[in-house]
Ligand binder design. Structure first.
Ligand SMILES: CC(C)(COP(=O)(O)OP(=O)(O)OC[C@H]1O[C@@H](n2cnc3c(N)ncnc32)[C@H](O)[C@@H]1OP(=O)(O)O)[C@@H](O)C(=O)NCCC(=O)NCCS
Length: 184
């Protein structure tokens, strides 16, 4: 991935005919994002932990990103501000979905990293998720000690992962995770 010098917007493979751009998601993307999640995650997606925590919250936060090529949304990630044990300052990552025709091209990592960069700048202390440690470990996520963060419904403790922006921040977040109004 390189930076487009004119706009400073991150792009992937700018030698391609239609470059891929990673940008913040807006309301105009909602239909395409929903379709991307439908395609990648199927009808069972509402049972996913990220959906359960997000229930009743606005569909987009200021951290959600998409990767687009021309008019096509190829990847989308959502981030939801959450409180953990009543303490705000954390974000829940998920779901993330990449168009099945564009897997393994770095799009998943690109949208995730863009959201993380914005979260860091915005003063968040922590990003948590429920996911595969092989994939997210490479992006800098590490396992949360079992029992420290409680999710709605059953979750495999080995899949609860976090990235701290300040060393030791994770230690201050213990208890039930809930969607919250904002970061602070
Ligand atoms: C998981 C997903 C987002 C990865 O996106 P992607 O753009 O294809 O992946 P990237 O290009 O960022 O990374 C590719 C690398 O990650 C690996 N990878 C992809 N999915 C993985 C997974 N679930 N577990 C472990 N490694 C994985 C690939 O093998 C590849 O490894 P390599 O670089 O050694 O070849 C994508 O496969 C997807 O949309 N899957 C369906 C929806 C889903 O499962 N979402 C996550 C739960 S909400």
């Amino acid at each position: 991935m390189t930076a487009n010098k004119d706009t400073d917007i991150p792009v992937i493979d700018d030698s391609a005919e239609t470059p891929v751009t990673v940008r913040l998601a807006g309301p105009e993307d909602l239909v395409a994002i929903t379709k991307a999640h439908q395609r990648a995650l199927g009808p069972g997606r509402y049972a996913l932990t990220a959906y359960r925590v997000r229930e009743g919250t606005p569909p987009l936060s200021q951290f959600c990103h998409v990767a687009e090529s021309g008019k096509d949304i190829l990847a989308a990630v959502r981030f939801t501000p959450v409180s953990i044990g009543g303490r705000s300052g954390a974000l829940l990552l998920g779901p993330v979905a990449v168009d099945p025709n564009h897997l393994n091209q770095g799009l998943g990592q690109a949208v995730i990293n863009a959201g993380i960069a914005r979260a860091r700048e915005s003063g968040a202390q922590l990003v948590v998720l429920v996911g595969d440690s092989t994939y997210y470990g490479r992006l800098g996520f590490a396992p949360v000690p079992p029992g420290q963060i409680r999710f709605p419904g059953p979750v495999n403790p080995a899949r609860i992962l976090a990235m701290e922006f300040v060393e030791g921040a994770l230690g201050g977040f213990k208890g039930e995770i809930r969607a919250s109004d904002g970061l602070i």
